[in-house]
Design a protein around this ligand. Structure first.
Ligand SMILES: Cc1cc2nc3c(=O)[nH]c(=O)nc-3n(C[C@H](O)[C@H](O)[C@H](O)COP(=O)(O)O)c2cc1C
Length: 262
């Protein structure tokens, strides 16, 4: 009995010594640096919902997407969509805006443009306004494979002006309006015409932007220009759904807008 206890004690002592010498598996608990999502820009809500939509590309370079046969009723390709060259690659700091009051107005049927609009608004410190159709677009409405869908019919009719629900509280307070929309058949949806024709934009600067399955902004914005007389239209651009605030800041800084306080 005594022998047993003795051998037990000796074994325990040996184990203790071993542990003290580092024999035990280290617990490397440098608790892993949590992968930090540093970019605080809002992520575009995913938008896959529309029935038989073309694959929504996230790649800028995508060539012509399944583009529904454009009605070609409106507009020859307009003057060169300029590629903006930003002289001073901007800091990724959001612009402090107090020189000009900025509005980001957008229409978004499946939320892609909405995400981009939110990023722009956050980046430049702008107010945000959603152009909301009085009659919301259903998936069937957006089916461009259907010749009789609402969107097809609207886009085939240059005079279509879908009604907007609500309005911008006081458009006169804004100096700069970013105007965003999805490309539909190579154009801005007709509700953008409704919007542009609803306000007096004289003296204001309009900066168009779009999202698409791959098509560029093309002549979609220049086709709107005659509807906003007296406004200065900057050349617009297509933005990817996941565009970051720093990309936006770089783009906006290259536009030469007077956004910051003097
Ligand atoms: C009726 C309709 C027509 C479209 N036409 C085009 C097109 O001509 N070229 C293109 O690249 N994408 C086209 N698309 C895809 C949209 O431009 C793209 O999915 C856009 O990012 C959707 O934006 P939203 O989610 O803000 O509505 C079309 C989508 C719809 C519903």
């Amino acid at each position: 009995m005594m022998k047993k206890m003795l051998s037990f004690l000796v074994t325990a002592a040996m184990l203790f010594t071993l542990a003290a010498c580092g024999g035990s598996p280290a617990q490397s608990s440098e608790s892993s640096s949590v992968p930090q999502t540093s970019s605080s820009q809002p992520e575009t809500p995913s938008s896959s919902s529309v029935s038989s939509q073309p694959a929504e590309s996230s790649s800028e370079a995508a060539s012509q997407p399944a583009e529904p046969a454009p009605s070609s009723s409106e507009g020859e390709p307009a003057s060169s969509p300029e590629s903006q060259t930003s002289e001073d690659p901007a800091s990724s700091e959001p612009e402090e805006q107090s020189g000009s009051k900025v509005l980001v107005a957008y229409f978004s049927a499946t939320n892609t443009t909405e995400g981009v609009a939110q990023t722009i608004a956050a980046s430049v410190g702008a107010d945000l306004y959603e152009i909301t159709p009085a009659q919301p677009y259903t998936s069937a409405d957006l089916n461009y494979n259907d010749d009789n869908s609402r969107s097809t019919k609207e886009m085939n009719d240059p005079s279509a002006r879908p009604e907007i629900s609500g309005s911008v509280a006081d458009m006169s307070q804004y100096d700069i309006v970013f105007l965003g929309y999805p490309i539909w058949w190579g154009e801005a949806p007709r509700i953008i015409n409704t919007f542009v024709e609803s306000y007096d934009f004289s003296g204001k600067t309009i900066v168009p932007f779009c999202t698409s399955g791959g098509s560029g902004i093309g002549s979609s914005a220049t086709n709107l220009q005659s509807s906003a007389r007296g406004a200065t239209w900057l050349s617009g651009r297509r933005l990817n759904s996941g565009v970051s605030q720093s990309e936006i800041a770089e783009w906006v800084n290259g536009l030469g807008l007077e956004l910051s306080a003097e």
